[in-house]
Ligand binder design. Structure first.
Ligand code: FDA
Length: 546
C-alpha cells in the first residue's frame, strides 16, 4: 500500500566523494557500479539492470522516448538502464552512483523536450521510475498520493473514478510523467482556476526525507525548480480540486478569410481577463501544406469551461462576441471526458484511453520535435507582428509548425512569484509555445523554429526573456565547468526562475553541494570558495514562505 512506502525521497547520502575525481576508465567504473548495486550492500536485483547486451534493452529504453529526435543511431545511449521496483533499490542506485562517480539520469515519463532524462554523454545510467505508478485517492480529504512514474492520464482517471467531482490541475498530454512535470511546474486547462500542478503539491513524507525533515527551502525548491537537480522525488501528495459534474468544451477554427487575424488579435487582450472558470487557448497554425509551403492560415480556439453551455454562450457573447461561438460548437461532458477531448485522441476514444501509456497522438510518437517558450507581459503583440509570425508558419517545411498560446490571469495573477520557483505570475497575458514537428533528417527545422522565435523577440518579456523550464530549451544556455557554474547558469536560470534563481542556488548548495544530481540545465551549487559569500547575498529571500 502506498502510504507505507517512503513517499518522497531525496537521496543525498553522506559518503565522501571528491569534487573533481580523476576520471577512471569508464568500463571499470561501470563494472564497479554494477558490483556495488548487486553485492556491495545495494541489494539491487540483477534482473532489473539492463545492459546493451540484454535483448530487452532497446524495448525498455524506447518505452518512454517520446521524441524521435532522441531515438536515432547517433543519440548517446545509456550504459545501463535501472528499473527499480522499491525505494531501497532507488536508494542503492544513488549510493552506488555517488560511491563510484557513475552518473545517473532520472526518468519518469520521458518527455523532456531536450531529452535530458536519457541522453547525456556516456557513461551514464538511466534510473527509470516507470514501476512507481500508484495513485491513492483520499476522497474525504480531497487529496491523493501519486508516485512519480505515473502518467497524467492515469492520475486523472484514478481521481475521477473515485469521484467525478474531483480533478487535478496539470498538463494536457496523458503520457507526461508526474515526476518531471511536477518538478518543473505543470499546467493545463485548469491553470486559470487553480494554478499549476506544483502549486497544489501539499506534502510529502518518507523514511529518508519528508517535508518536515527536508525543511521549508528544500520543499519549496522541488516544486518547480526543475527535475534531476535536488534529488529523486518518488511520490507527491497533492491537493485535489472540485469541478462540476458537467463541463463544456469547444474547439473552433477560423481562417484569415473568416476574420481570423482580428479575432486572434482580440483574443490577446481578452483571454486573460475572462472568468477563471474559462480557459481559452489559441493555436495559430497552417493547413493545406504542399512540399515547402502551406496555403491556409488557421486559428484554432480550444476551451474548457467549468459549467454548462448556456452560461458559456452568454459569457462569450458579452466578453468575446467576435469569435461567434454557437451552441453547435459546444459539447457538454464530464471533466474526465474533457481530458480525452483535448488530449489529441481519435474522436471515438473512451476515457480508458488515458490509461494507455504506450499510446498518444501519432504526432508525438513518430515525429521529431522541438519547442521554445515565451511570456507576453503588459501589452499584446501588435497585430502586424502577429501576422508576420503567422506568415512565417506558411513557409513551413516541418510536418507541423505552430504558435500555441495559453492565457494566464485568473489564479495565476493572484499567486506570488516567490511562492514556488515558477515565477511567471501577475502581469503576464499569456504564454507562448513555439513548435516545430518534422520527420526527415536535418537541423534546418530547428533553425526555422529559431527564426520564428526571433520574430517574437521585440514583443515578449525582456531582460530576461522568460521561459518555462518544463518547455526545456538548451538554446537559452547550458551549464559549463564547475568554476563558472553560477555565472553561466544565471543566464538560463533567471529566464526560467526570475529572482527565484538565487534561492534555488542556495538550496542546491545546501542539499547537494557535490552536484550529484545534475544535467545541462540543473541549478548548480556554488563552488566551495564563494559559497558563504553568495549565501549571505541571497538572504533577501529569507522572507519567502510557502
Ligand atoms: P522526463 O522523465 O523526461 O523528466 C523530465 C526532467 O525531470 C528530466 O530532467 C528528469 O531527469 C527529471 N525527472 C524526472 N522524474 C524525476 C523525479 N522523479 N525526480 C526528480 N527529477 C525527475 N507541460 C505542461 O506544463 N503542460 C502540458 O500540457 C504539457 N504537455 C506536454 C506534451 C508533450 C508531448 C511533451 C513532450 C511535453 C509536455 N509538457 C507539458 C512538458 C512536460 O511537463 C515536461 O517535459 C516534463 O518535464 C515531463 O516530465 P516527464 O516525467 O514526462 O519527463
Amino acid at each position: 500500500m502506498l502510504p507505507t512506502l517512503p513517499l518522497l525521497l531525496f537521496l543525498l547520502l553522506l559518503l565522501p566523494v571528491p569534487l573533481s575525481p580523476a576520471s577512471p576508465p569508464a568500463v571499470q567504473t561501470c563494472q564497479d557500479f554494477i558490483h556495488c548495486l548487486i553485492s556491495g550492500g545495494g541489494g539491487f536485483p540483477s534482473n532489473l539492470i539492463y545492459a546493451p547486451s540484454n535483448p530487452n534493452y532497446s524495448t525498455i529504453l524506447e518505452s518512454t522516448i517520446r521524441d524521435a529526435r532522441f531515438n536515432s543511431t547517433s543519440t548517446p545511449k545509456p550504459s545501463l538502464i535501472l528499473t527499480p521496483i522499491s525505494t531501497s533499490q532507488i536508494q542503492a542506485a544513488v549510493l552506488c552512483s555517488r560511491r563510484h562517480d557513475f552518473h545517473i539520469r532520472i526518468r519518469s515519463g520521458g518527455h523532456d523536450y531536450e531529452g535530458l532524462s536519457q541522453t547525456p554523454f556516456p557513461p551514464f545510467a538511466v534510473l527509470d521510475l516507470a514501476s512507481f505508478r500508484n495513485v491513492t485517492v483520499n476522497r474525504a480529504e480531497k487529496t491523493a498520493w501519486v508516485q512519480s512514474g505515473a502518467v497524467l492520464g492515469e492520475l486523472y482517471y484514478r481521481i475521477a473514478k473515485r469521484s467525478p467531482h474531483l480533478a487535478f490541475p496539470a498538463g494536457v498530454t496523458n503520457t507526461v510523467g508526474v515526476g518531471g512535470h511536477f518538478s518543473g511546474g505543470g499546467f493545463g486547462f485548469l491553470v486559470r482556476k487553480f494554478g499549476l500542478a506544483a502549486d497544489n503539491v501539499i506534502d510529502c513524507r518518507g523514511r529518508i526525507l519528508d517535508r518536515a525533515s527536508m525543511g521549508q527551502d528544500f520543499f519549496w525548491a522541488i516544486r518547480g525548480g526543475g527535475g534531476n537537480t535536488f534529488g529523486i522525488a518518488v511520490a507527491w501528495k497533492i491537493r485535489l480540486v472540485t469541478v462540476p459534474s458537467t463541463v463544456t468544451v469547444f474547439s473552433v477554427v477560423r481562417t484569415i478569410e473568416q476574420n481570423g487575424l482580428d479575432i486572434a488579435n482580440k483574443w490577446q487582450s481578452v483571454s486573460s481577463k475572462l472568468p477563471k472558470e474559462l480557459s481559452l487557448d489559441l493555436l495559430l497554425t497552417t493547413t493545406n501544406r504542399t512540399k515547402n509551403r502551406a496555403t491556409i492560415k488557421i486559428a484554432i480556439f480550444s476551451a474548457l469551461f467549468l459549467g454548462k453551455t448556456d452560461k458559456l454562450l452568454n459569457l462569450m457573447q458579452s466578453k468575446f462576441p467576435e469569435l461567434g461561438l454557437t451552441g453547435e460548437d459546444c459539447k457538454e461532458m464530464t471533466w474526465l471526458e474533457s481530458v480525452v477531448f483535448h488530449g489529441g485522441f481519435p474522436s471515438n476514444a473512451t476515457v480508458e484511453a488515458l490509461l494507455d501509456r504506450s499510446k498518444n497522438s501519432p504526432l508525438v510518437w513518430t515525429l521529431k520535435y522541438k519547442c521554445k517558450s515565451d511570456f507576453v507581459r503588459g501589452d499584446p503583440i501588435p497585430e502586424s507582428a502577429l501576422l508576420k509570425m503567422w506568415e512565417k508558419l506558411m513557409e513551413i517545411e516541418p510536418e507541423f509548425g505552430g504558435i500555441l498560446m495559453f492565457p494566464w490571469g485568473g489564479e495565476m495573477e493572484e499567486i506570488s512569484e516567490f511562492r514556488i520557483p515558477f515565477p511567471h505570475r501577475g502581469g503576464n497575458l499569456y504564454m507562448i509555445q513555439h513548435m516545430a514537428y518534422w520527420s526527415d533528417e536535418g537541423e534546418r527545422h530547428v533553425g526555422w523554429l529559431r527564426e520564428l522565435y526571433d520574430l517574437a523577440g521585440d514583443y515578449v518579456s525582456r531582460e530576461p526573456r522568460s521561459a518555462y523550464v518544463n518547455y526545456r530549451d538548451l538554446d537559452i544556455g547550458m551549464n559549463g565547468e564547475e568554476e563558472e557554474g553560477y555565472e553561466r547558469a544565471r543566464v538560463w536560470g533567471e529566464k526560467y526562475f526570475g529572482k527565484n534563481f538565487e534561492r534555488l542556488v542556495r538550496v542546491k548548495t545546501a542539499v547537494d553541494p557535490e552536484n550529484l544530481f545534475r544535467n545541462e540545465q540543473s541549478v548548480p551549487p556554488l563552488p566551495r570558495g564563494i559559497r558563504s559569500q553568495r549565501i549571505a547575498a541571497g538572504s533577501q529571500f529569507d522572507r519567502c514562505t510557502l
